[in-house]
Design a protein around this ligand. Structure first.
Ligand code: NAD
Ligand code: ZN
Length: 353
């Protein structure tokens, strides 16, 4: 089969012909219909510092956002059949460690990530454990189906726990409008948020944030910009009830806490480049801020929430607007250039080789 393989501990990857994988007893083999590119894939492609320390297994097929069709089921698989349409939960867990046994599988201590620790989806076929194959509505556009993973990140950030207060009537801030931030804006609006504020520095993404329904998009890089002040003024001096940090930039983090109402909650999804300064007294303690670290998606509560959102035509139409490019798989090198340059929001890959 054709696959994009990270062959060396160096930038880029190669389109190669490799043997087809076979499903073990508890696995399914999936024919890839569509994928999409995530920041992690770009890091692996560019072989940045994170990738150098994180990726152990070379050669490896990378890519993890998936939509495909089951073509083979292992002898112990019960919940899936040949022909089922599936996406992948990319956290492959052991089921036996402390977090797994206490209902928090998504933070498994021995997690293996698809396309990072084991062969991923930039290929004609991929094998997945039965548990990681999420069954889709067969009518769902494969491009949207493959974006359920980042959509799940957005949903998990906005609703990190079962008994958390909902967003109806609340003021929400999204810092950083990459694909996940953009999706978070659309979800917050759909869940009834009163005002959704967003911050972003890239002009294309500022435009998309407005299309997703943000009430006010602030560009902290503009001279004279005082985003925290602007948000406080627009909320009767109270600040936002919920902030989701999705930029991975220290400025985004600072704004999330400065604009937060006392007793509000912040979800931290963006990954920072090493240690960053934060005035913990003012940001968290004196504000009694509730801080949630966000890793992946809850398995599988978040996936059920995502299914509910994708059941709504209006939401699917909005989501499709963040796809700025649709390319065949063989153009992955060009897709990586588009991602790096900031000219793209989401690049969708079709299984044409
Ligand atoms: P992305 O890099 O495309 O988006 C980040 C956005 O933040 C960009 O559009 C960028 O222009 C913007 N930005 C940069 N500086 C800013 C500033 N000072 N203020 C406002 N915006 C600013 O990434 P993404 O794919 O949307 O993911 C968002 C973040 O979440 C990334 O940091 C990513 O590494 C991280 N991530 C975390 C998890 C997890 O499980 N915790 C999963 C996926 C992604
Ligand atoms: Zn575990």
């Amino acid at each position: 089969m054709q696959a994009f393989v990270k062959t060396d501990r160096a930038p880029a990857g190669q389109l190669l012909s490799v043997p087809e994988p076979r499903a073990k007893d508890d696995e399914v083999r999936v024919a890839v219909k569509a994928s999409s590119i995530c920041g992690t894939d770009l890091h692996i492609w560019e072989w940045n510092e994170w990738a150098r320390s994180r990726v152990k297994r070379i050669p490896m097929i990378f890519g993890h956002e998936l939509s495909g069709e089951v073509v083979d089921v292992g002898s112990r698989v019960r919940s899936l059949r040949v022909g089922d349409h599936v996406s992948a939960e990319t956290h492959i867990v052991d089921g036996t460690c402390y977090p797994c046994r206490t209902g928090r599988m998504h933070i498994c201590e021995h997690v293996e990530v698809l396309g990072v620790d084991r062969d991923g989806v930039f290929a004609e076929y991929v094998v997945l454990p039965e548990m990681n194959a999420w069954k889709n509505d067969p009518g769902l556009d494969p491009a949207l189906a493959s974006m359920q993973e980042p959509l799940g990140n957005a949903v998990h950030s906005l609703l990190p726990e079962d008994n958390i207060e909902d967003l109806a009537g609340k003021n929400v801030l999204v810092t950083g409008c990459g694909p996940i931030g953009l999706l978070a804006i659309a979800v917050a609006k759909l869940l009834g948020a009163r005002q959704v504020f967003a911050s972003e520095v890239n002009p294309l993404r500022i435009g998309l944030a407005r299309k997703m329904g943000a009430d006010l998009v602030l560009n902290p890089a503009e001279p004279e910009a005082r985003p925290a002040r602007t948000i406080l003024d627009a909320t009767d001096g109270n600040g936002v009830d919920v902030a989701v940090e999705m930029s991975g930039n220290p400025g985004g983090l600072k704004l999330a806490f400065e604009a937060l109402a006392p007793g509000g909650r912040v979800s931290l999804l963006g990954i920072f480049d090493g240690e960053i300064p934060l005035n913990v007294d003012d940001a968290i303690i004196f504000k009694a801020a509730r801080v949630h670290g966000i890793y992946g998606r809850r398995m599988f509560e978040t996936w059920f929430q995502v299914k509910g959102l994708l059941g709504q035509a209006a939401f699917r139409e909005k989501m499709a607007q963040i796809i700025t490019h649709r390319l065949p798989m063989r153009e992955i090198p060009r897709a990586m250039d588009l991602m790096r340059s900031g000219e793209a929001a989401k690049v969708s890959l079709e299984a044409r080789w």
